[in-house]
Design a protein around this ligand. Structure first.
Ligand code: NAD
Length: 469
């Protein structure tokens, strides 16, 4: 598998989608290429003395919209091919969801578990200042976000470093998203990707025709789920699906898995992971030493939510799920995809399914540019209005509502309500728009349809500027 190219897979998805468009080959080639690939090395001082040289990347795939947007990944497996592939997926993801950004991605080749917090802070601050030197970060040009191995803490360090360099920039905090609330983050961002994944799966299983075709009933209630990766995306996805009545029967982590046909309690599992760093000692399930085997267990929905390249031509023939829901980026290789589709397994593609993160990042960026929280200006106004309407209706009908009913109907939306409903609207409409495009153009699968939709939108932005005929 050493000659496997994730970026190669993404390019071939674009070629496959291009067949359903009538754009010239030159335009398709431009859409495929990464516009800028910046690789750099920098030293950091280790806590116990000595130095280590760190290799890092920032790739800007497409400048058809600015700023470009994409997470920063900390992993010892990070390499240029991977960062290029992830950057290009971001361009197509944003186009698909009508989020007005180009795509980018960052990568730092370290295993964060091997570093102390103070060392990770040095890495993050130095990474940020290297980006500043080359103009690879700013609210107008390139806005990073969390990804595998990074979270709020790293985004806070990035924001703090950038705003220290540019104290006069009024929009400085818009240089990165996924920040803590105290540093102008937005409520709902941490759980946004997982919430979006759960909305996407809910929409897919709501379509009777599609569920009948793969032998499933509609609805989430009772659906048996196996999850790979109990990190930010995996945990929140499982939490929201469990709340909707789905049953999590297996969870695979990098060092082992847990299986229980009657269901696992996701809150207990995450508490154990947070307190001990692992789920392997969970007592209310069967321990699976080779967690990768869980991908092959019988279930309704398999959710890879860890890393790319997890379902390959090797294990795809043994996958028994009815739906593979790509919460991670690129978990199914192109070769594996052909096998799964041949087996009549539905794939909900990463391009669509995990776009909730960038969607809410977009809301956070808007909040930073406007410097006001969503709902702050009109919450009370809406409450007063709602109260007036309710009183008028009570007078008209002679029926009095209870205090609880009043409270429920009067309360105006706060930031998190607006964020969650905006996210739901975008996830729901993108799913059905893509499915309709798939049907209208007789496209065989949702991934190709997602690429067709986004290639069309990116192509149009070049054509409208007169760059291509
Ligand atoms: P994370 O670091 O929070 O969690 C990853 C989890 O996967 C960890 O619990 C880790 O222990 C586990 N893991 C690692 N290797 C594994 C293996 N071989 N088998 C099983 N588990 C393994 O990362 P995340 O932010 O949840 O990102 C996960 C995936 O989702 C990545 O592909 C990322 O690109 C994608 N994604 C993340 C976001 C976001 O907002 N964080 C947005 C879009 C897409």
């Amino acid at each position: 598998m050493s000659d496997y190219s994730f970026f190669g897979d993404v390019c071939s998805y674009i070629d496959r989608a291009a067949v359903y468009t009538d754009h010239p080959q030159g335009l398709i080639e431009q859409i495929k290429q990464c516009n800028s690939v910046y690789k750099f090395n920098f030293p950091i001082k280790l806590a116990h003395g000595g130095y280590r040289v760190i290799t890092a990347w920032r790739v800007q795939h497409s400048h058809h919209r600015l700023p470009v947007k994409g997470g920063v990944r900390y992993s010892r497996h990070v390499n240029e091919d991977e960062v290029m592939a992830l950057a290009s997926l971001m361009s197509f993801k944003c186009a698909l969801m009508d989020v007005p950004f180009g795509g980018a991605k960052g990568g730092v080749c370290i295993n964060p578990l091997e570093y102390k917090a103070s060392e990770l802070e040095s890495v993050t601050r130095r990474y940020t200042s290297e980006l500043i030197k080359k103009n690879f970060i700013s609210p107008a040009l390139d806005v990073p976000a969390p990804d595998y191995g990074t979270g709020e803490r790293e985004m806070a360090w990035i924001a703090d470093t950038y705003s220290t360099f540019f104290p006069e920039q009024i929009n400085a905090y818009g240089c990165v998203t996924g920040k803590p609330i105290s540093l102008h983050g937005i409520r709902g961002r941490t759980e946004a990707t997982g919430r979006g994944v759960s909305f996407g799966i809910r929409e897919a299983v709501s379509v009777a025709e599609d569920m009948k075709a793969i032998g499933l009933n509609t609805g989430l209630e009772g659906k048996r789920i196996i999850l790979q990766g109990l990190g930010n995306v995996g945990y929140h996805t499982a939490k929201f699906l469990q709340e909707e009545g789905a049953i999590i029967i297996g969870v695979a982590e990098y060092n082992g898995g847990i299986y229980n046909i009657d269901g696992l309690d996701i809150e207990e599992l995450i508490l154990l992971k947070r307190s001990s760093g692992s789920i392997v000692n969970y007592q209310k399930g069967q321990s699976i030493v080779n967690a990768r085997e869980l991908l092959e267990y019988e279930c309704d929905i398999l959710i890879p939510a860890a890393l790319e390249n997890q379902i390959t031509e090797d294990n795809a023939p043994r996958v028994k799920a009815k739906i593979v829901a790509e919460a991670a980026n690129g978990p199914v290789t192109k070769g594996a995809e052909a096998i799964l589709l041949e087996k009549n397994i539905m794939i909900i593609p990463d391009l669509y399914l995990n776009a909730g993160g960038v969607t809410v990042s977009y809301f956070e960026w808007l909040k930073n540019l406007s410097r006001v929280s969503f709902g702050r200006m009109d919450k009370r106004y809406e409450e007063v209005n709602n109260r007036r309407i309710l009183h008028a209706m009570e007078e008209l009908t002679g029926n009095k509502l209870s205090e609880t009913q009043h409270k429920l109907m009067e309360t105006g939306p706060g930031e998190v309500d607006i964020v969650n409903s905006g996210l739901e609207e975008i996830m729901v409409s993108a799913y059905h728009d893509t499915r309709e495009l798939m049907k209208a153009k007789e496209i065989p699968d949702l991934r190709t349809a997602s690429f067709v939709s986004s290639v069309e939108k990116i192509a149009l932005s070049y054509i409208d500027r007169g760059i291509f005929p």
